[in-house]
Ligand binder design. Structure first.
Ligand code: RFL
Ligand code: PHB
Length: 390
């Protein structure tokens, strides 16, 4: 089998790249380790930047998002028991974000891919890549006990943090930067109306909480928890009780509880690998970098990486111009590091750090008070939250 670009991974980065390349007339095949149903079952991101919305619109995968997604013009910061609105729209000259689940984005992209007959190989076992230092890199995998090989001009490593692409690069050719946080997020999805029309990010002396949503009838909530906690230690009741403790009295009174339809604990991590290109292999999305979810940047960074990458491959194949592929790593990393900084900063501001104590809490409260009272500081937050330009 032969293609122009072999894409490893059918998460949002792989699927969006596939669609962008298709629109540019570039042939691609996606190889995914899991089944389509498994990929769709993962509950993850919920907030899309305008640039991500634009990319989905550009590839014509925006109809349901524009119908069912919820445009948000602001969010609330809750600290010392009071909520303060960050008016994203006013602070950024009219920008906003879209609340639309990663699951839905993935579903829309999968359907669009199927509709135009693009090939995706799901449930591929023992995926391996080879010869990416040359111009004929190869991907091999097993399907139903049989080994297959795919030749391509380029390989796009869109296979997430635990994928095979980054792991196939000799350790002495990459530099990694990492920060692990001493807590996790316990998340619950429930078919109850959201506690408020906009998201609430809460700093409390019991730990961080986030009130998000998927629709006006489905809520997504998170609370900071110790890394040693296990999901089965948290009954639904215990979760709702703890969340209520972390809200202001008005929100606590508004909170509608119900049975969870998903409950999981995610560790928080900042991670960057440099460079993002090794010969004919290009990393994109979580395969190259991880941010803690506080800034809602992970999926959006994956989308901006593949926009750079699609342009680079298009220039190469359509205009015989190699500048895009030469500059991909440097360009993508410049944007990645800004999102890493923002996500680290917002995480540090909003969470309880077990080793830090009361001094840290007081400093966080002072910074939050400054943030909501200073136009300059609020603007810096808002600009980063809606997404920096490509
Ligand atoms: P993904 O989604 O992990 O997809 C990678 C795909 O590659 C497959 N794969 C392989 N395929 C073939 N061979 C192998 N050897 C393979 N190894 C792995 C995997 O099965 C998978 O299908 O990476 P991608 O596409 O780069 O997308 C990244 C995003 O998924 C991620 O950054 C976001 O979910 C992060 N994130 C958020 N991002 C936002 O922008 N806004 C948010 O509000 C937001 N909230 C979140 C989040 C992540 C969370 N968790 C659980 C980590 C909330 C949470 C709780
Ligand atoms: C979500 O809805 O899952 C979500 C929203 C905002 C974040 C992180 C996650 O910052």
């Amino acid at each position: 089998m032969n293609t122009q670009v072999a894409i490893i991974g059918a998460g949002p980065s792989g699927l969006l790249l596939g669609q962008l390349l298709y629109k540019a007339g570039i042939d691609n095949i996606i190889i995914e380790r899991q089944s389509a149903a498994y990929v769709l079952g993962r509950i993850r991101a919920g907030v899309l930047e305008q640039g991500t919305v634009d990319a989905l619109t550009e590839v014509g995968v925006d109809a349901r998002m524009h119908q069912e997604g919820l445009p948000h013009d602001g969010f609330d910061l809750l600290f010392k028991g009071q909520r303060h609105r960050i008016d994203l729209n006013a602070l950024t000259g009219g920008k906003r974000v879209m609340v639309y689940g990663q699951t839905e984005v993935t579903k829309d992209l999968m359907q669009a891919r199927e509709k135009v007959g693009l090939k995706t190989i799901y449930s591929a076992e023992d995926v391996a890549i080879a010869d990416f230092d040359g111009v004929h890199p190869k991907v091999s995998y097993s399907l139903d006990g049989q080994r297959h090989e795919l030749s391509a001009r380029f390989i796009a490593g869109c296979d997430g943090f635990h994928g095979v692409c980054r792991a196939s690069v000799p350790a002495d050719r990459l530099e990694t930067y990492e920060k692990v946080y001493p807590f996790g997020w316990l998340g619950v999805l429930a078919d109850v109306p959201p506690v408020a029309h906009e998201l609430i990010y809460a700093n409390t002396n019991r730990g961080f909480a986030l009130c998000s949503m998927r629709s006006m009838t489905r809520s997504r909530y998170y609370i900071q928890c110790p890394l040693t906690d296990r999901v089965d230690q948290w009954s639904d009741d215990a979760f709702w009780t703890e969340l209520r403790h972390r809200l202001d009295p008005e929100a606590a009174a508004q909170l509608v509880t119900g049975p969870s339809i998903e409950k999981s604990i995610a560790p928080l991590r900042s991670f960057v690998t440099e460079p993002m290109r090794f010969g004919s292999l290009f990393l994109a999305g979580d395969a190259a970098h991880i941010v803690p979810p506080t800034g809602a940047k992970g999926l959006n960074l994956a989308a901006s990486d593949v926009r750079y990458l699609a342009r680079a491959f298009s220039s190469y194949f359509l205009d015989k111009d190699e500048q895009g592929i030469t500059q991909y790593s440097e360009k993508a990393l410049a944007r990645v590091w800004k999102a890493e900084r923002f996500s680290w900063w917002f995480t540090s501001l909003m969470h309880q750090f077990p080793a830090e104590g009361a001094f840290n809490q007081k400093v966080q409260e002072a910074e939050l008070a400054y943030l909501v009272s200073s136009q300059a500081a609020s603007t810096a937050l808002a600009e980063n939250y809606v997404g920096l330009p490509l």
